[in-house]
Design a protein around this ligand. Structure first.
Ligand code: NDP
Length: 281
């Protein structure tokens, strides 16, 4: 047994993505581990789509006990694992893998819970009967659709650069509520109550061109991307006089806490980490 004075080798974890250098997950999991006295290391693994399957299997057979999965691998991860939690099966996207002693590779999706916790608990939003616009139809969007629809919004529009992906996603989730998929140029006003940017455009310093009339003063504009200062999306929202904008720091920390719990059986307190990150926002 590991004790404070006689530590065995630390358990290995990490995040797999491409790109991944911007990730704050090592910092967050490092703080969680320290606060809960867990002997672990957490690393960045930059893995291309072509190498994803081979590299992840190499890592887990080499002793890695858990991985977070970030862009663009969330759907590939859902195909790779040999067991999915119900919410990951619904999303067909995985943002956390746990490798158990019996060789099970379990895929879960904590992105949805992370976003909802941040919107409701940290930002104090009420989602029932609201009109919601989600931009993007990649792995992150997949993870948040079911939890958003479960809050019973009046309408949820999914808009994507590649229109067909948004339309397919809307069909896939239509049993959960009123949802429609479209291209960016087809989105119609009046202003939404909440717009969630789940595209990776902010990471490329871009904001897709949007029709007029989607944002009003009271539209809450949430960018899943995070970084210092404004993103192209939050700048766009501010230019249209949105009073409330937010970035994905809270979602990041909340989904990380749920991942940590899957791996270590302890739900860490997210507050000190959010406070520590405040200086970088
Ligand atoms: P994916 O690679 O799976 O999907 C990318 C999505 O962005 C697709 O819908 C793609 O459209 C769209 N896109 C990419 N580039 C552009 C562009 N220049 N203009 C318009 N649309 C574009 O990525 P993920 O879904 O995994 O991640 C999306 C974002 O969400 C990232 O910024 C990621 O960091 C963030 N994220 C944050 C989390 C958090 O905890 N805060 C958690 C999860 C994700 P198309 O289909 O046309 O290619």
């Amino acid at each position: 047994m590991n004790t404070g004075t006689q530590l065995g080798p630390p358990d290995q974890y990490g995040v797999a993505g491409h790109p991944v250098a911007h990730s704050w997950s090592p910092f967050i999991h490092g703080m969680f581990a320290q606060a809960t006295a867990q002997n672990l290391v957490y690393r960045l693994f930059d893995i291309t789509p072509e190498e994803f399957r081979r590299e992840v299997l190499r890592l887990v057979t080499g002793g890695v006990r858990g991985l977070n999965i970030t862009l663009p691998h969330k759907q590939a991860a859902a195909e790779l694992v040999n067991e999915l939690t119900p919410r990951a099966a619904r999303a067909q996207a995985v943002n956390v893998i746990a490798h158990f002693d019996d060789a099970t590779l379990l895929g879960d999706n904590t992105d949805g819970a992370g976003l909802i916790n941040d919107l409701e608990q940290n930002l104090g939003l009420e989602l029932a009967h609201k009109r919601i616009l989600v931009l993007g139809a990649g792995g992150a969007a997949r993870g948040v659709l079911a939890p958003l629809l479960e809050r019973d919004p009046r309408q949820l529009i999914i808009a994507n650069r590649t229109r067909a992906r948004a339309a397919a996603l809307a069909r896939e989730f239509a049993d959960l509520g009123n949802t429609v998929g479209c291209g960016f140029d087809e989105i119609e006003g009046p202003p939404y109550d909440l717009i969630v940017n789940g595209t990776s455009a902010s990471l490329q310093g871009e904001m897709p061109v949007m029709p007029a009339g989607l944002v009003g003063e009271d539209t809450v504009c949430y960018d899943m991307a995070y970084g210092r200062g404004h993103t192209p999306f939050t700048l766009w929202a501010k230019s249209l006089h949105a009073k409330r904008t937010a970035k994905g720091w809270g979602m990041l920390v909340e989904q990380a806490a749920a991942s940590f719990e899957l791996w270590r059986g302890i739900h860490p307190d997210t507050k000190p980490v959010l406070e520590a990150l405040a200086q970088y926002r």
